[in-house]
Design a protein around this ligand. Structure first.
Ligand code: WTA
Length: 639
């Protein structure tokens, strides 16, 4: 969060960096004020189209369409065109497995695998418009499967491998997917995880077929007629598959993310605008050049991986590192070993990981030669100035600009971000909206004065904006386009704008948490808890955490006949982890008699949050129907 002493420190772009940067002149912001023509130029410059659009933008608020009647294929843009331009032997992915296994995929290798898998999908009856669910860890088959879907026009929905069977099942059902791509197992910190059992549980009783990648070589049960090995299907597949001509507005993928209700919602991204937005930011924000080795440490199961491991880098013909493991396994210098080994020049990671590395100690970075780095990035949550300065000094050796990129699943691309050849950086601020975009800090009365807190609103459309929520029109309007009307996108984040117009992000304002950069609805955790037979009612709030930024804290009212105990607490924590996934594990559970409620029965989470976070000021309790419970709860927590 904003700290006055550090606020004065400003880091201008190093001369050396500036000299070679793509964007070096402030005038881009002014030119982009005519935002439709700005995006049109980027669409011409960075994307190959089968047919040009006849209109840049069609507004029907809150629905927006871009590049009307433009035709393209995103896998063609990511693969074929590089081969046609003589770059087939350039490396697309330097893949490294958890145990140190390494594989290289050139653009030609990737092209071949994608074409073959696209044919596999077609042979299995997948057609344009059929949603395919992908449930894989960070193995090369994951981007291959995504690109194969995109090649034949089948929207994908990637479900993070760490998610539970229940989470996968909900998404498969909501998306109406008839095909799931999964694997046998994989290791995490050396321990084999039986992934196939999880996906079996998820698809049990559904009319679904599974393609299974062999990764773990663990014993799995293959169900006749339902399960097929990836490698067996690939053996017979043809090597060429014509890309499907897609309309700019055809669905490219669904990405489920947490909102204010118990069930995640399917954010829709389409083909043309998404690609234009992602390719432009990839080039301008990461300033990528032909000889860069770029590494984004996110998981492809999240939007960051979709936009900045798969589509962005490949659409620019970049060489990327893709890593399956974790930063500190088998030893705390694993990441820096990778930077040294591959000569990584651009590193994009999350504040949680930076704080973890800080805690492990800078000696682990110093053990390795990380001098190849020239640019650093941050995403997923606000970066505290202390972590920013550490990242800058220890990892960047004081010479690498840091791009703190603010954006979300729904925006598809970076929205508030520095341009590293121009922006004077302030540690902890994501700086300014990308050219062509307009951010505002508002409350019910309008734009708030500089220096005051409010809601971050985006008041101009952009090409990679979400096109809706899958089968949930009302929810789409309600979550994003009601609070400030159908022409101002409500982000759900609080922010402050300082006297230089810089944005300082303050985290989510509503019932959504950000745990180690992963979005989680408090309602999701609550609904998992009440599924347990012992739980009558629950309220979940986010409390600050040193490493993860925020963690869930659960208040639980037990059903009659149950007694609160340490064992039950552990059981409930385990239960949430099983229902949603380990990220959702409550940090603590407090058994209470009742929850503070308004007269209309609404739980006052704000009060519970203040109590759990140890705030001095609990807040106004005069509207409660049971104000006495507040003291009871506070005493229970801190006797
Ligand atoms: C938060 C991740 C501050 C924010 C790309 C947003 C950030 C949510 C930043 C979206 C940043 C992301 N500074 N906060 N640089 N980047 N966030 O959908 O609260 O997983 O609303 O997308 O992450 O999370 P999502």
């Amino acid at each position: 969060m904003k700290e006055v002493a550090q606020e004065e420190q400003v880091f201008p772009p190093p001369e050396e960096f500036k000299r070679k940067a793509w964007v070096t002149d402030e005038s881009v912001y002014d030119e982009a004020e005519d935002y439709q023509s700005f995006w049109e130029k980027r669409a011409e410059e960075l994307v190959d189209w089968y047919q040009k659009w006849d209109q840049v933008l069609e507004k029907d608020p809150p629905y927006y369409k871009w590049f009307i009647n433009g035709k393209l294929n995103i896998s063609y843009n990511c693969l074929d065109r590089w081969i046609e331009r003589g770059q087939g032997d350039k490396i697309a992915y330097l893949w490294e497995g958890e145990e140190g296994e390494a594989e290289e995929y050139t653009y030609r290798d990737l092209y071949r695998e994608v074409n073959r898998f696209a044919n596999v999908l077609k042979d299995r009856g997948v057609k344009k418009g059929d949603v395919v669910a992908i449930y894989l860890p960070m193995v090369p088959e994951l981007p291959i499967a995504m690109l194969a879907c995109a090649r034949i026009g089948a929207p994908h929905t990637v479900v993070f491998a760490g998610f539970s069977a229940g989470s996968l099942r909900d998404r498969v059902i909501d998306a109406g997917a008839k095909h799931v791509i999964t694997c046998d197992g994989y290791t995490r910190r050396g321990k084999m995880l039986d992934h196939k059992s999880k996906s079996d549980e998820a698809v049990d009783g559904l009319d679904v077929q599974c393609i299974v990648v062999k990764r773990g070589n663990n014993q799995v049960n293959m169900q006749e007629g339902r399960d097929f090995w990836w490698h067996e299907l690939m053996e017979e597949a043809e090597e060429e598959c014509e890309p499907q001509v897609m309309d700019a507005e055809d669905l490219l993928f669904l990405m489920y993310t947490s909102g204010t209700t118990g069930k995640p919602k399917g954010v829709m991204h389409t083909t043309g605008g998404y690609l234009v937005g992602v390719a432009t930011t990839m080039k301008w924000v990461f300033d990528v050049k032909d000889d860069d080795v770029y590494w984004c440490t996110a998981d492809i199961g999240w939007i960051t991986g979709h936009s900045y491991i798969v589509y962005g880098p490949l659409a620019l013909g970049v060489t990327s590192v893709m890593f399956e493991g974790t930063p500190d396994y088998p030893q705390p210098d694993r990441w820096w070993e990778i930077v040294e080994k591959y000569g990584v020049t651009i590193l994009y990671t999350a504040p949680t990981a930076i704080r973890m590395c800080m805690k492990l100690g800078e000696q682990w970075v110093d053990k390795r030669d990380v001098s190849s780095l020239r640019l650093l990035g941050s995403v997923g949550e606000p970066i505290n100035p202390e972590a920013w300065l550490w990242y800058h000094r220890v990892v960047g050796k004081g010479k690498c600009p840091i791009v703190d990129t603010w954006w979300m699943t729904e925006t598809g691309m970076h929205i508030i971000t520095p341009l590293p050849g121009i922006t004077n950086l302030k540690p902890g601020s994501a700086t300014r909206p990308f050219p062509g975009l307009k951010g505002e800090i508002r409350d019910a009365k309008g734009v708030v004065p500089q220096g005051q807190k409010g809601d971050l609103v985006i008041s101009r459309p952009w090409p990679s904006m979400l096109r809706g929520l899958y089968n949930a029109h009302d929810k789409y309007v309600e979550e994003y386009w009601s609070k400030y009307g159908p022409e101002r996108y409500f982000t759900g984040d609080g922010a402050i704008q300082d006297e230089d117009g810089y944005f300082w992000l303050l985290g989510r304002v509503g019932d959504v948490l950000n745990v180690a950069g992963h979005r989680l609805g408090t309602a999701e955790v609550e609904s998992a808890l009440v599924e347990h037979p012992a739980v009558a009612e629950s309220a979940v709030v986010g409390i600050p955490h040193e490493l993860k930024g925020q963690v869930p804290f659960a208040y639980v009212v037990l059903r009659k006949g149950y007694q609160g105990s340490d064992d039950l607490k552990k059981e409930l924590i385990k239960h949430v982890s099983k229902v949603i996934g380990p990220t959702a594990r409550p940090d603590d559970v407090l058994f209470v008699e009742d929850l503070p409620k308004t007269r209309s029965g609404k739980i006052m989470r704000r009060i519970l949050k203040n109590i759990a976070s140890g705030e001095q000021e609990i807040g106004d309790i005069t509207t409660l129907k049971n104000p006495e419970i507040v003291d009871d709860i506070a005493r229970k927590l801190r006797p």
